[in-house]
Design a protein around this ligand. Structure first.
Ligand SMILES: Nc1ncnc2c1ncn2[C@@H]1O[C@H](COP(=O)(O)OP(=O)(O)O)[C@@H](O)[C@H]1O
Ligand SMILES: [Mg+2]
Length: 250
């Protein structure tokens, strides 16, 4: 379970450009729960994820994952506990390596990389089985270079890589923004399925309000670095696309 308490982040602290980008954020995400973050450009969504992964230093406040204070954890430990998929399909995968080799790298997230160690038959067949179980056709491209895949195939692979190791927290930042509608649907359905099956906590940023409605157990609106509104319980259950649009555009 993820617990965020009174989180503040300031950019360019101590300079003339000093600016609070995250303001008193409080949020809990249970295991097996998908919470959607929506908000306009510059609202602070990506900065929020950077604060969670440790790329952005907290000015104050704390983040607990299964009761452990993330600020007390090494970056390596964070890398093992938190998996992230970003908007650009290229950012989570290595073009010059095959699908199989990318999966090998993903299998070592948080424990130190070593490609050579994993070039053995058993590991290869295990990873192949993992691809087959996902049932999205990537197994046909197992030995192909990732640079030769389409954006949709590549992002599907990024998602599978993020879920290969049992991270406690999954962060998805506009993962379908660069994809056509069909690939988009396939990738998001895959991520949703994995979160539920693995009972992980998941935060997903999206600009697609239909997607937010379809997959969010709760929907949180971020504006000017602060959580302006949360739809949960009965309010979430009766939320319509129009209702969400009204809040988003306000
Ligand atoms: N590397 C950076 N240096 C300085 N300011 C930044 C940087 N990245 C983002 N910002 C600023 O922080 C604010 C939040 O940005 P960001 O988290 O990227 O928003 P979002 O993901 O919601 O579009 C914006 O005002 C943006 O200009
Ligand atoms: Mg962003």
């Amino acid at each position: 379970m993820l617990q965020i308490k009174n989180l503040y982040c300031v950019r360019n602290a101590g300079t003339a450009l000093e600016r609070a980008v995250l303001v008193n954020l409080n949020l809990t995400v249970n295991k097996g729960e998908m919470v959607i973050i929506i908000g306009g450009n510059g609202a602070g969504k990506s900065t929020f994820f950077q604060a969670l992964t440790g790329k952005m230093e907290l000015s104050s406040g704390s983040i607990f994952l299964d009761g452990h204070d993330l600020n007390q954890c090494s970056l390596q430990r964070r890398a093992a506990d938190i998996a992230c998929v970003l908007q650009d399909p290229k950012s989570g995968t290595v073009s010059e390596l095959t699908v199989y080799e990318n999966l090998v790298l993903a299998s070592q997230r948080g424990i130190g990389f070593n490609l050579a160690r994993y070039h053995c038959g058993k590991q290869k067949s295990d990873l192949f089985e993992y691809l087959c179980r996902a049932n999205i056709g990537l197994e046909r491209h197992y030995d192909r270079l990732v640079g030769e895949l389409s954006g949709g195939q590549r992002q599907s692979l990024s998602v599978l890589m993020a879920f290969l190791q049992p991270a406690k927290l999954i962060l998805l930042d506009e993962i379908t923004a660069a994809l056509d509608p069909k690939s988009s649907q396939r990738v998001i359905a895959l991520a949703n399925e994995m979160v539920r099956a693995n009972n992980q906590s998941c935060l997903m940023i999206t600009h697609d309000l239909r997607q937010a409605l379809a997959y969010g157990d709760r929907i949180v609106v971020l504006k000017n670095g602060a959580f302006e509104k949360e739809f949960s319980g009965a309010e979430r259950d009766t939320l319509t696309l129009e209702g969400l649009q009204d809040v988003f555009e306000a």
